[in-house]
Design a protein around this ligand. Sequence first.
Ligand code: GLU
Length: 280
Amino acid sequence: MKTRFAPSPTGPLHLGHAFSAITAYNLAQTESGEFLLRIEDIDQTRARAYWEEQIYTDLKWLGLSWPDPVMRQSERQETYEQVLDRLWNDGFLFACDCSRRDIKEAASAPQEGGAPVIGADGIVYPGTCRDKLRPPRRPALALRLNMAKAVARVPKVLKWAEFGEDGGVIEIATETLIENIGDVVLARRDMGVAYHLAVVIDDAEQEISRVVRGADLQPATPIHVLLQHLLNLPVPDYHHHRLIRDETGKRLAKRDDARAIGKYRDEGFSPNEIRNLIGL
Ligand code: GLU
């Protein structure tokens, strides 16, 4: 089995990250598989070398190891561009110049029902630019997937094996993605490739057989499985784990510096005490 931990170096790793990384690492260990690390630094406006260094320090301190070199998304733009070109040439993408505000206004228009539909990927795109005559691929603000076209190309039911808390074979009628998710953004002018596409390309490239990540990303999985079919990539198994919450039941976020692994280390906690804290 091959697992991975794929943090974004945009802040300190906290207890939730420790849970994710150790769960993925242990799974690979028990099956004499391999655990990989991937740095998800496509958002260069937020990624910092300092946080990347901290990721290595924290994970090593927790007792994890991984093969070098580590995959870094910032070094893979060319690969992503090739996939975007392919999708563009096959007619699955359209250029979109809508701002967030345009989208909100259009999605709230009376003919759209008055209130925007919030799907797994935020507001379901109201379709403003979908059928506009195609301008050259750049310099649009974003490239979106024409979900209806994509759905027509892939199996009617998306299936994958889930090994998290609600394990089993998950089946989703692909049709539902048109209404519930809509035309997701796959590239942005300021950022290059978007998370959904990069994660799918990279999990395939690293031959990850089980994707371990927090339950907060579970709603994005149908998008990922759809993209895997569209790009003829293997569908890995998924393991969405419970989220680590603070005493008030709120889930930890990047800004929860109070629960940063480095902070516990500075306070004299041992890696084993961290494991105990998160129940591993
Ligand atoms: N890079 C993402 C994050 O930091 C995780 C992506 C994934 O595990 O699929 O939350």
